[in-house]
Write a protein that binds this ligand. Structure first.
Ligand code: ZN
Length: 475
């Protein structure tokens, strides 16, 4: 009956009868679908050139979990990102196919930049109805939803019992590095994913990262059934050449799956201000070395797994309202002005449309959702946007008695979610693509609420609305 207390959601998508059959502990199915866009078509927001070749397929991969109390889906996309109503659309399609409540679907992009970013709302604000980019993106989104739904249906013919949960971690060497290095004068030196054109940036310190890769293994008597790996960094090596690729995470995922026969999920954590830059000159050799070092970390994490009998599963939700920015180009008036100005460039217009789509979503009363899946002592947090690593580190501190894993890049409508200082920083990139205003206090409070509540009692899904408004103007 717990679905009745998920207040804001219509009861039209109650769990399928199959859930009620899951009386004998935890069980799992997996799904995987090739969602590579049609080559040569202007799919996505246009951050990257039209894809002409596919070095690797882009995949949607996930798991559907059920026990006698609840059911949920964790799904990853090899996409740059997905925003607002496009996110809602996919999430609902996944929920319908899986027979779970939409609030129990965690959908996360891995954030590769050799893949599209999707926002129907932004394109509606930026482009005419017949614009080829808008048409191709809408057709692609619909096609992806059908492919993922079909994969979820197919997966449900192969349920497997989960009797044990394993947790492990390993420190990854020379992969992640901060994108924001503080200079001695207090200003910020930006450092992207690839330092080919500025090798001196490789000499700077690694900066604030979370070096730990964490693995959750769901096992039964036959061994591991699914392994989920969490690591916080922008995952791209090189991009912008019209090539689709699942990049470093997909390369590792594919190799591990071939050698182990175990379904692998890679999940990008709070990597908003973290990337490969210090260790990446943008060459294929560097990509191979990065993938080898990250894979080594994953293998050591797997080797460290400690298994425990699996307990019950809980799903908790926290709704927050993030403040709008009111400064210049980020305000509603500023965004509209850019969109209506024929002199505005393409990237300016795209950014204004993304900003305006986010403002309209907030104004419609749509809250930002965070969730936490708890199984035994494991807490898997699902966060929106491109959160900075400070949030992941804080979450782990908040529950050092638990094994806390964090997924970022859920609904990315608000862009980067940094600390409040970014709005006063001199230098650095992320504040130029952050559409929510200062929200550190609200976001930290939401994490605290989720983590303190989740797994604390067998009370099933609960929901609170942190109606905290913080509409300070900032510089
Ligand atoms: Zn990013």
């Amino acid at each position: 009956m717990r679905y009745l207390i998920v207040g804001l959601i219509a009861v039209g998508s109650l769990p399928a009868p199959s859930e009620l059959m899951a009386r004998d502990g935890l069980r799992i199915t997996t799904f995987s679908a090739d969602i590579t866009p049609p080559l040569g078509q202007p799919v996505g927001l246009g951050f990257i050139p039209i894809l002409k070749t596919a070095e690797h397929p882009l995949m949607a991969r996930g798991v559907l979990l059920q026990d006698s109390g609840t059911s949920c889906v964790i799904c990853t996309f090899d996409w740059m990102e997905v925003h607002n109503e496009s996110y809602d659309f996919l999430r609902q399609k996944i929920a319908d196919a899986a027979g779970v409540h939409v609030s129990h679907v965690a959908l996360h992009c891995l954030h590769q930049h050799t893949a599209p970013a999707i926002s129907t709302a932004a394109q509606r604000l930026q482009l005419n109805e017949t614009d080829p980019r808008r048409v191709a993106s809408a057709e692609y989104l619909l096609d992806v939803s059908k492919k993922v739904a079909a994969a979820i249906h197919a997966g449900q013919t192969n349920w497997r019992q989960v009797t044990h949960i394993g947790t492990g971690k390993a420190s990854v060497e020379r992969v992640a590095s901060s994108r924001r290095i503080e200079r001695t004068d207090g200003s910020i030196q930006g450092r992207g994913s690839n330092t080919k054109s500025s090798p001196q940036l490789r000499e700077l310190e690694e900066g604030l990262i979370d070096p730990w890769l964490r693995t959750v293994s769901l096992d039964n008597a036959d061994g591991p059934v699914v392994q989920m790996h969490y690591y916080a960094s922008h995952p791209q090596s090189f991009y912008g050449d019209g090539r689709a690729s699942y990049d470093v995470p997909g390369m590792i995922r594919s190799r591990l799956e071939q050698t182990s026969g175990v379904f692998q999920l890679y999940i990008t954590g709070c990597g908003g201000d973290v990337a490969f830059g210090k260790y990446n000159d943008g060459s294929r050799e560097a990509r191979s070395e990065l993938a080898a070092r990250l894979q080594d970390g994953i293998e050591r994490s797997i080797a460290s797994l400690e298994r425990h009998p699996v307990g019950t599963m809980e799903w908790s939700i926290e709704h927050v309202r993030l403040p709008l920015r009111t400064d210049g180009e980020f305000s509603q008036a500023g965004s509209r002005r850019i969109l209506s100005d024929p002199e505005s460039g393409e990237s300016q217009r795209r950014k204004a449309a993304i900003a305006l789509a986010w403002i309209e979503r907030c104004d419609s009363g749509h809250p930002v959702e965070l969730s936490c899946l708890s199984i035994s002592h494991v807490q898997m947090l699902h966060l929106p946007g491109e959160p900075f690593v400070q949030y992941q580190l804080a979450a782990q501190q908040m529950r050092h008695d638990r094994f806390v894993c964090v997924a970022g890049y859920g609904d990315c409508g608000m862009g980067y979610i940094g600390g409040d200082r970014i709005f006063k920083d001199r230098g650095g990139y992320e504040q130029t693509y952050a559409f929510a205003g200062p929200c550190e206090t609200v976001f930290m409070a939401a994490l605290q609420n989720l983590l303190s509540r989740a797994g604390s009692a067998r009370q099933g899904a609960r929901e609170t609305d942190s109606d905290v408004q913080n509409i300070d103007r900032h510089d």
